[in-house]
Design a protein around this ligand. Structure first.
Ligand code: AMP
Ligand code: MG
Length: 529
């Protein structure tokens, strides 16, 4: 009998070493990739949102989506026959320091399924404690679950590699959280998200074995990962392991360049939050650039050092890859080759970044001077608060036939003026800098062989019109806390087509409202979730 139309095909918990201790007690778990553990029962599970597209890729029918069994399984209240849920063991570098064993403290992997030749792992977040919960409760609250559910889907539609989300359920239980870590704890609604990805293996899964000098299990995990997720690499050998590392670098770079393109700030780029498949994973105190600012991070926990700020995400990806290389070194034993790959990453990511920025500017050819055009623009965008999404989207309206602006002229800026938060802050000197940049940009556009219309089309494929602005998620959260879930579903719909002009969604193509400027949940988020 198939359950919910799912074709169960577990491998991780069948082929890799398990923790022999079956008690759900918090501990160090040695020589094992995971511990078997079941989700906890909740008092009153209700499904409040789901992604029909994710259900489809898993082979779940509309009828099954509406069933009681669906609600029970994806809130953790029923375990599918023939499956053996588990929590993964991993470690991680947090904020630059080795943190030891972390693991799935509140994520429980339900099963893997095969549908249309694709393998998917299904994981609940917030379904109760595991051996890796340390001092925490294994639960998640509604606000952070809404943020994870919505953005997983939004990122996919933006073309950013990401884990997906199948469902969002309320547990019916209350969860105590001290949101700003200031002693003001309060009860919030508990929730569970079912996440979906080819795999949830992280850099930290490899690091934990290396940290314990456990070469045997590190090799097993590397072989397993290559067999299922990098199968073209072939049989284990030093060369294939090096190629594996190279491909993880390629995928990571691709993900980070997409983050920079859309203005996404992850907020907690610890190595336990870096997927071995180059997927954006663990949506916590993330945020979207509204005012373009290389120094911005939404994460209040990182307020003092701003290690994970927007303008530093590329550097951090290299740092994280170096930690992964350190771990794989135990098996590969070839520092020179690993270093070579990292050195190349450092220069390649710069190149990839400029190439991506050229596409945002609508420059199809590569010309000398393009890099300085980008660098000068980055500086300008930060001189007065300028909305990143609106700026790049409106820039596609520029015509290369437009006459070059003369000194004192302000009219040329009218096409993008909606992007400025404080037009009164555009002083004479900022205006003059804009004019000089504008002239260079127009002259550069004239070298393009494609016409305005074609350039606009191509720019609008890389510069989204709709992103999940921090305040939008907060509006959905405020409504949901009052029992109204309609905005979650409306936003899911808006974010399904982020590059298309949709008059009915135009109200979301606006700058962050002033009330959200310094509001907790909008511009400031903590790791408490
Ligand atoms: P994060 O910063 O959310 O990536 O979490 C870092 C580590 O803390 C991971 O091992 C999580 O599983 C764990 N963790 C975070 N929140 C909780 C929680 N409420 N209960 C148990 N473990 C948690
Ligand atoms: Mg995490």
């Amino acid at each position: 009998m198939t359950q919910l139309g799912l074709n169960i095909a577990d491998t991780f918990n069948k082929e890799l070493p398990d923790d022999k201790d079956r008690n759900n007690t918090r501990r160090q778990v040695l020589e094992a990739c995971y511990s078997f553990v079941e989700p906890i029962q909740t008092s009153n599970a209700t499904l409040i949102a789901h992604s029909a597209e994710v259900a489809e890729i898993l082979g779940i029918s509309e009828g099954d989506l509406q069933s009681n069994l669906f609600t029970k399984v994806f809130s953790g209240n029923e375990v599918l026959e023939g499956t053996a849920p588990f929590a993964m063991c991993y470690g991680g570098h947090q904020f630059g320091h080795w943190a030891g064993q972390l693991g799935d403290g509140r994520a429980i992997n339900l099963t893997e399924v095969l549908h249309e030749n694709k393998r998917w792992a299904l994981q609940l977040k917030g379904a109760g404690p595991t051996p890796y919960s340390r001092s925490a409760d294994g639960l998640a609250v509604l606000r952070s679950s809404i943020r994870e559910f919505l953005l997983s889907e939004a990122m996919h539609h933006l073309g950013v590699p990401t884990t997906r989300a199948l469902s969002l359920s309320l547990t019916g239980d209350q969860v105590l959280r001290d949101m700003m870590y200031d002693g003001n704890g309060a009860y919030e609604k508990g929730a569970v998200v079912c996440r979906v990805a080819e795999s949830f293996i992280r850099f930290g899964n490899f690091e934990i074995f290396a940290s314990r000098n456990d070469k045997v299990n590190l090799t097993k995990l590397m072989d397993y990962t290559i067999k299922y997720f990098y199968p073209h690499i072939g049989k284990p050998s030093k060369e294939s392991y090096l190629q594996f590392f190279q491909e993880v670098c390629d995928r990571t770079m691709n993900m980070i360049i997409h983050w920079q393109r859309v203005g996404f700030v992850h907020g907690v780029m610890n190595t336990d939050n870096f997927s071995i498949l180059g997927l954006t994973i663990d949506y916590g105190p993330y945020g979207w650039l509204e005012g373009y600012d290389h120094g911005w991070t939404p994460n209040t926990t990182d307020r003092s050092h701003k290690r994970y700020r927007y303008g530093y995400q590329m550097n951090i990806s290299l740092w994280n890859l170096a930690q992964l290389a350190n771990a794989l070194f135990l098996v590969i034993d070839d520092a020179k080759s690993l270093e070579g790959i990292l050195m190349k990453y450092r220069s390649d990511i710069q190149e990839a970044y400029f190439s991506m920025m050229r596409s945002k500017l609508g420059l199809s050819l590569e010309e000398d001077g393009d890099e300085s055009l980008v660098i000068e623009l980055e500086e300008l965008l930060q001189k007065s608060e300028t909305d990143m999404t609106i700026f790049f989207r409106l820039l596609s309206e520029v015509s290369k036939e437009q006459s070059l602006p003369i000194e004192g002229d302000k009219k040329f800026l009218s096409v993008i003026e909606k992007a400025f938060y404080k037009p009164e802050e555009i002083t004479e000197s900022i205006l003059e800098s804009w004019r000089i940049w504008w002239m260079k940009y127009l002259m550069r556009l004239k070298k393009e062989t494609i016409d305005d219309a074609k350039r606009k089309t191509s720019m609008n494929l890389v510069n989204p019109k709709y992103v999940l602005r921090n305040y939008m998620a907060q509006l959905a959260i405020d409504d949901a806390n009052q029992g109204d879930y309609t905005l979650i579903n409306s936003l899911l719909e808006v974010l399904r087509n982020p590059y298309d002009e949709k008059p009915e969604h135009e109200k979301w193509f606006v700058k962050r409202p002033e009330w959200a400027r310094n509001k907790i949940g909008c511009s400031m988020l903590s790791c408490s979730s």
